[in-house]
Design a binder for this molecule. Sequence first.
Ligand SMILES: NC(=O)c1ccc[n+]([C@@H]2O[C@H](COP(=O)([O-])OP(=O)(O)OC[C@H]3O[C@@H](n4cnc5c(N)ncnc54)[C@H](OP(=O)(O)O)[C@@H]3O)[C@@H](O)[C@H]2O)c1
Length: 350
Amino acid sequence: MADRMNPHWVLARMPPEGWPVDADFAWREAPAPSPGPGQMLTRTIYLSLDPYQWGRRRRGVEAPGEVCHGRTVSQVVESRLQGFVPGDFLFNTNGWQTYGLTGEGISTFGYMFPRKLDPSLAPISSAVGVMGMLGLTAYAGLYVQCAPRAGETVVISAASGGVGQVAGQLAKLRGCRVVGIAGRAEKCAYVKEALGFDECVSHLDPGFADRLRTACPEGVDVYFENVGGRVFETVLGLFNSGARITLCGLASQYGAMGEDIVQSWKAAGDKTFSERNMKVYPLFVGDYVASHQDQFLAEMAGWLQDGRIRYREDIHEGLETAPRAFQSMLSGGTFGKTLVQVSPDPTRQA
Ligand SMILES: NC(=O)c1ccc[n+]([C@@H]2O[C@H](COP(=O)([O-])OP(=O)(O)OC[C@H]3O[C@@H](n4cnc5c(N)ncnc54)[C@H](OP(=O)(O)O)[C@@H]3O)[C@@H](O)[C@H]2O)c1
């Protein structure tokens, strides 16, 4: 059989200070690898684009010339791993490439892989979104860490994004007043009208601080932090005594890695945190996979099926679009959970 070609993106250079540009990525083609004992070859269907990928590249975790890292939804093509057969759908980490190996000797990047997917539970694309890592991130941060009570005010930044849209709806399920913060007007409208948040305020609005204060007349009890920077500084003045924060991410700061962005964030908040007797919970979703993933997936499947949780995906067609879609996602250009469709999804074919 002729070689199966494997188009992919590699990191072209050590990224300089700032945000990604086209020159940070290089397109390559090579024959697809063959699975060894205990491994399988899988075809990438969906590639997840996530803000943390840029932080990782900026910190040098990924070296120039390496395939860009990324979580994926894939289908098994050849298997030498017991329990997996061609045609199975998986959540795995193929990265920014068309084919990848999964199994023995292949890094799982701290997760329990491979996870087989059941297309009858939810669309397979959601395994890198609401029915996967991002949903679990929202669940762990909101329910396990902050445990909001009915009637409390919960503020969610990057509210229309992959994590934010789930976190806000989970807070609504607990009977909270939920206020989102997002960019463009269409994102704010979606958050309020389609997702059912009580309010959504645009951080692009010149009157942002006043509008946020008006949207939180009884102050803020829980804050789900996704972006940091000016948004965080604005929320800071509104915290009630005993408020809790999930420090999930600082997406506005990932281009400026010269400083310790978490330390800077803490320094900006420290005085308020101690004066108002607050709790800050740093979040790493990998810490909750073993303890909470099964329960989370069972609950989320039910919420999706009965329509209590909704979600939006922004799917870009073709692996060649990955660098541009990634740049757009980091600067608020995409809308919803950002994905690249790398190859056809057999579960969506008529
Ligand atoms: N702790 C964990 O284990 C874990 C796991 C997964 C994700 N995360 C974090 O969760 C956060 C959300 O991730 P996601 O995948 O759901 O990304 P996302 O929200 O889909 O995309 C990032 C969004 O951040 C917003 N943003 C960017 N620059 C901003 C700025 N200067 N001011 C205000 N908002 C800005 C933009 O939305 P707007 O257009 O609305 O401004 C952008 O679309 C990220 O910080 C990520 O690193 C953490």
